[in-house]
Ligand binder design. Structure first.
Ligand SMILES: [Zn+2]
Length: 880
């Protein structure tokens, strides 16, 4: 095999221009911050205990968008110096100059500074909400990952410059103040004029930790009474009036705290845990030690009114962030190239934790959808290796994507299934104990698992981490059918174009397979099932069987991050085994077949024939693949094939929906509601089923009239069907409901229903709403949905072009590539060419790789449209 690129031991030399000099080490920050919420400013004082390693004449640290008014140093030799202050804006650094060199030893740096509470949702920023009296209120809050702590206080803003933080917040009487640690003292500011009502809230010292994990939140917030979880006080913090939406998050938080302390066999590393819901938040949530911040809709929820999927989302995010308290906060990556491991592992642990919380949700089965989405991206030449060298920290911004989270978690799951759960867990424990309170590289983790298990973990995982893409594992039977031959080649959606791009060449594939064989003994024709475990390398593998093979499942359990292709009658035999496959195995069969069709490896007819075999399918994830495929067929076929597509959708999805029914029944599984919603949405949209649309309208009207609430699992689908088929009256009603929701999930549901209306005037209205009124945390996702809107996509694209500069300024910059992912459905030749030309001339400030992937997906869809579009109607009719 071509060896994967070696792991860079230190991805960027410590003398790099982006890195701070190592002449001094910060040990402890005493921070006193006074935010002025009305004026949207803050001032701060900082005393940093330093270890000076060698004689110095200057100190360099990070600062951005700050005014530093005073800097002094108590030097190791007892002398005291005023320092000159030189801001180097381009590098986000400040150079503090000494009049004469000072020797090595212990020193104390003192700084005074001030800044602005910005509206960019990063650094120290402003979030606003309207309270119950109708007045606008302000919250000052922080979001530092990756490198925005420097916008709140001057610091050594690199993940391995860990220090203790002693935070004091000076706030108005009546406001709540929260930081990473418990409150140590809370007193009136004596020097303040009487009646000024300022309080000084001092928090206990944190453990040593990275700057990106510091949190400060000040505002008119309320908190639940603390619940004691094995000695740790757990609370949910929220804006007034939402206290009734906290119980579920507390239940999940308590479960996660107990689950992770036991799984890692290490105590929770902070002295309290606050889960804080914020009205404005650019990401989903952030793992600040002891003070985790969230978007409201992934924390505050009413279980009686929420769908199972919405509850699962809250459980996912809360579990993910709490996992980070150990993996990320206690043990941290050395530099940003290791960010993926933080996120991949937290995603893996999120699944494990939620699976233990509600086994009946079958969280690992539904994770198949996430893995499938990662494979969609990872089959593009414009993919990237999971880990890559990062110089400038801003390069790491591109790491917050599906390849880090979903592919990363999927390859960890593949490894865990291959090694066994317990050896894997012991390897992780070994790693965390060896590096607690410190920093580590990815390879340290593999080495720790290798030490515990004796398996070649590092070599195996390097082939998945340092090259992009994944293999197509091909299997065929020997002439006497008593052996299987396996080989691999890189899977890719486009054979043409400029080579493989970032897609690798070969992998160490941990293959688990199951085979049905006959004739193990002479005259014995009973079928027996065999299980095999093979590490498939570049030279292929041969698996000897105990008899003649009837059928084989190459990716047993469905955990492997690869696709499978079976030759000859094995493919037919597998399809005949559909009823004996597990849900993830069926998911993979459907997903792999569809991927091969998109890639031009198999004809569309093969996929349509497979759909016909799904008459007894009851797993919502399997149907999601089918629905996603039909949505693309709807785009490529246009008006000409639409009647055929609608008929096909009704014929294939209708019976499954009929079995699931409109309402919950005794004996339904926990995921049946999700199945019902998936099929209902598709029938009312792609299938244009008049009876489904009529009934959805009736259910919605009854709910609006206050007669009968919509069954929570169906609410999203009902709202979507009404929106897709709705006009001005429905639009007004939905907007009204968005403005006066019963809970954050309802608010989100109605907000994101607006981009699904198809009438041109309503599309235009929603675009304008996204540009001017919607919170910037949501607006980019509305534009994304409008780009995906079958009838509104073109108008949405024209809007993006017309307002490009404005959108770049207004929307959080990490959301721009996500907004643009909607372009992949604009698969008409002239439109696609326009999209490509515009984005080439207007590169995005960060996440350019994600945009390239969306453009390549557009090219794949366009090629598919040109290949299959002309004959689509005939083929659908023939398969009906
Ligand atoms: Zn995370």
């Amino acid at each position: 095999m071509t060896p994967p690129p070696a792991a860079p031991a230190s991805p960027v030399g410590e003398d790099s221009a982006y890195r701070l000099p190592r002449t001094v080490a910060p040990l402890r920050y005493e921070l006193t911050i006074t935010p002025d919420l009305g004026a949207a400013t803050f001032s701060g004082d900082e005393v940093v205990s330093l270890q000076v390693h060698q004689p110095i004449s200057e100190i360099v640290l990070n600062a951005a968008e700050l005014e530093i008014s005073r800097a002094s140093l108590a030097a190791p030799d007892g002398t005291r110096h005023q320092l000159t202050i030189t801001m180097v804006e381009a590098d986000e650094q400040v150079v503090l100059g000494l009049p004469t060199p000072v020797p090595a030893g212990s020193a104390t740096l003192e700084l005074s500074f001030s800044g602005v509470l910005n509206d960019k949702l990063r650094g120290f920023y402003r979030s606003t909400f309207v309270d119950q009296s109708g007045a606008q209120r302000v919250i000052a809050t922080t979001q530092f990952e990756s490198t925005d702590a420097r916008r709140a206080f001057p610091c050594w803003d690199e993940p391995d410059r860990k220090a203790v933080f002693s935070v004091t917040l000076v706030v108005d009487e009546g406001l709540t103040a929260i930081s990473n640690a418990a409150v140590a003292s809370d007193s009136r500011v004596e020097e303040a004029p009487a009646g000024d009502g300022k309080r000084r809230v001092r928090f206990a010292d944190t453990m040593v930790m990275s700057t990106y994990l510091v949190a400060m939140v000040v505002g008119p917030l309320e908190a639940t009474e603390p619940t004691d979880i094995e000695g740790i006080p757990l609370r949910v913090v929220h804006v007034p009036g939402k206290g009734h939406l906290c119980d579920f998050a507390l239940e999940v938080g308590a479960h996660a705290l107990r689950f992770f302390s036991a799984w890692f066999a290490i105590a929770y590393p902070a002295d309290k845990l606050d889960l804080i819901a914020l009205p404005d938040f650019a990401a989903g949530a952030m793992e600040n030690l002891g003070a985790v911040t969230f978007r409201e809709q992934v924390l505050l929820i009413d279980p009686a009114a929420a769908s199972r999927a919405e509850l699962e989302r809250v459980a996912d995010v809360v579990s993910h962030e709490i996992a980070h308290m150990w993996f990320g906060d206690l043990v941290t990556m050395k530099w940003w190239n290791g960010l993926w491991l933080n996120e991949a592992f937290a995603t893996f642990m999120e699944m494990l934790c939620v699976d233990a919380f509600r086994p009946d949700w079958e969280r690992w089965v539904s994770f198949g959808l996430s893995r499938g989405a990662a494979m969609d991206t990872d089959g593009m030449a414009s993919t990237r290796p999971i880990e890559f060298p990062v110089g400038r920290p801003s390069e790491a911004e591109g790491m917050f994507d599906i390849l880090t989270y979903e592919k990363g978690a999927a390859v960890l799951r593949m490894l865990e299934r291959y090694l066994g759960a317990e050896p894997f867990r012991r390897g992780i424990g070994h790693y965390l104990n060896a590096h607690r309170h410190g920093n580590a590289e990815t390879t340290d983790l593999w080495d720790a698992i290798e030490t515990v298990t004796g398996e070649p973990v590092r070599a195996t995982m390097d082939s998945w981490i340092f090259q992009g893409g994944y293999p197509l594992v091909r299997v065929s039977a020997s002439g006497d059918r008593r052996a299987l031959a396996l080989d691999q080649l890189p899977f890719r959606y486009r054979a043409e174009g400029n080579g493989r791009g970032a897609i690798g060449s070969d992998w160490q594939v941990p293959v688990m397979l199951r085979a049905g064989v006959k004739g193990a003994d002479a005259g014995d024709e009973a079928e027996q099932v065999e299980h095999h475990r093979v590490l498939l390398g570049p030279d292929g593998a041969r698996v000897d069987l105990g008899g003649r093979v009837n059928w084989v499942v190459v990716n047993e359990g469905g955990w492997g991050f690869y696709r499978a292709h079976q030759y000859g009658d094995l493919a037919q035999a597998l399809a005949d085994q559909l009823g004996n496959l597990g849900p993830l195995e069926r998911f993979n069969l459907v997903s792999d077949t569809w991927a091969e069709v998109l890639a031009g490896i198999q004809p569309l007819g093969a996929f349509l024939a497979l759909i016909r075999r799904l008459e007894n399918e009851s797993d919502p994830s399997v149907w999601s693949v089918v629905v996603g495929a039909l949505a693309l067929l709807d785009r490529i076929g246009g008006e000409g094939s639409r009647p055929a597509l609608q008929a096909f959708a009704r014929a294939r999805l209708g019976p499954a929906f009929g079995r699931a029914g409109w309402t919950a029944k005794i004996g339904d599984g926990e995921r049946t509601g999700t199945l019902r919603a998936t099929l209902l949405d598709a029938l009312g949209n792609l299938g244009a089923d008049p009876r489904v649309i009529e009934r959805a309208r009736g259910i919605h009207a009854d709910a609006m009239a206050g007669q009968e609430a919509i069954e929570p699992d169906l609410a999203g689908a009902v709202v979507a069907v009404v929106a897709v088929n709705g006009g001005g009256a429905e639009y007004e009603a939905f907007l009204e409901r968005y403005h006066h929701p019963a809970n954050p999930q309802e608010e989100t549901r109605y907000l994101y229903s607006l981009p699904r209306f198809r009438q041109p005037d309503l599309v235009a209205r929603t675009l304008e709403f996204a540009r001017t009124e919607a919170r910037t945390q949501n607006a980019p996702f509305m534009v994304n949905l409008l780009l995906v809107n079958r009838d509104g996509g073109r108008a949405a694209w024209e809007f993006v072009k017309a307002h490009w500069d404005e959108l770049l300024v207004r929307f959080p910059r990490n959301t721009i590539p996500r907004m643009l992912s909607g372009i992949s459905g604009l698969c008409e030749p002239a439109l696609a060419a326009d999209v490509g030309a515009f984005l080439k001339a207007h590169p995005v400030p960060s996440g350019g790789r994600t945009v390239e992937q969306s453009l390549e997906r557009l090219a794949v869809n366009l090629a598919f449209a040109q290949r299959e579009g002309p004959t689509l109607a005939a083929m659908l009719e023939a398969t009906l």
